[in-house]
Design a protein around this ligand. Structure first.
Ligand SMILES: *Cc1c(COP(=O)(O)O)cnc(C)c1O
Length: 307
């Protein structure tokens, strides 16, 4: 249905080093790069019995918006379950929630549902929603599932084809992780098909142990997992930090805008990689997500007006 083009690889200068950037932010205007890769399976295959897509997660997440785009493209209804929708989110004029609703998404606040009985979103979906609807297609939080392998392996193939034509003798692919789905399937592909390329990532949601657990749920063999880079300080997902804003600005000055939830920590790790080792070739994957900047950037500007 949708043919994804091979996205370009640019390079920028960062702290005096060259960093290659895989421009998956340019993949598809309706999707952020990362989710388009993870959902490629659902765009490339037919699902004749399906009329409804079911998902859950944060109402401000990129995955909500991307699922709404997926549902719209396939002519499906999207029911997206969430623990709570803050008034601030309901009243916002921009960002993932508003754009998802504009795409027709039905976002359900489980705190207002009478038969919830303390169930998590996932439990509620599995115990209440799915048994009552055999035309529903369920995608776990953030697209964390084996279906994501197809699109992520395509991304890996694009990178290894580029690498084969380059003059490089080794390459580190870096990307920040949420569920770790993208990173672990990339790492799997390179381990098996292009061992001169290694994948490094960092944990943005939860800690390093959580991320390793997520890898293991998808791929049990730890030798296929990416290497996890740690920052000296601990950061909480979705919180604002001055050093995040500063590094985001520094990278933006090189001409490419990144998003503000995952990428600041990602670039801090790249900084660390350069300071720990010499002569590394790094390719950073720009995973899109720029729609979220419409809400994140004003928050940063208010909190750190002089930065
Ligand atoms: C979803 C997302 C991630 C996290 O991807 P995982 O596969 O869950 O690790 C990172 N960056 C952006 C911009 C995203 O939208």
């Amino acid at each position: 249905m949708l043919v994804f083009i091979n996205t370009p690889i640019d390079s920028i200068e960062f702290n005096g080093n060259r960093v290659f950037v895989k421009r998956d932010d340019l993949l598809h205007k309706e999707f952020s790069g990362n989710k388009a890769r993870k959902f490629a399976y659902f765009l490339n295959n037919e699902f004749p019995g399906v009329s409804r897509l079911v998902g859950y997660g944060s109402p401000v997440a990129n995955s909500l918006y991307s699922m709404s785009a997926l549902a719209k493209l396939n002519g499906w209804q999207l029911d997206f379950y969430t623990d709570h929708i803050a008034a601030q989110v309901l009243n916002s004029e921009k960002g993932n929630y508003v754009e998802a609703v504009a795409n027709g998404a039905n976002v359900i606040d489980l705190s207002l549902v009478v038969d919830r009985q303390n169930r998590s979103c996932r439990e509620y979906i599995e115990q209440v929603v799915l048994p009552a609807d055999n035309q529903a297609l369920f995608v776990p939080e953030g697209g964390r599932c084996l279906y994501a392998r197809e699109g992520v392996h395509q991304l890996a193939k694009e990178i290894s084809d580029w690498y084969s034509l380059s003059q490089l003798t080794e390459l580190t692919v870096f990307l920040p992780s949420g569920t770790g789905t993208t990173a672990v399937f990339l790492s799997e592909y390179f381990s098996l098909n292009a061992p001169a390329i290694c994948v490094k990532t960092c944990a943005c949601v939860g800690d390093e142990n959580y991320l390793s657990q997520q890898f293991s749920e998808l791929i049990s063999d730890p030798s296929l997992h990416p290497q996890v880079v740690k920052t000296d300080k601990k950061y909480h997902f979705g919180k604002l930090y001055r050093e995040f804003y500063q590094i985001w600005q520094k990278v933006a000055e090189q001409g490419i805008e990144f998003e503000l939830l995952y990428d600041p920590k990602g670039w801090m790790c790249v900084e660390k990689l350069f300071s720990d080792t010499e002569d590394v070739n790094i390719l950073y994957i720009h995973q899109g997500g720029l729609l979220g900047n419409a809400t994140m950037l004003p928050r940063y500007q208010r909190k750190y007006p002089t930065t």
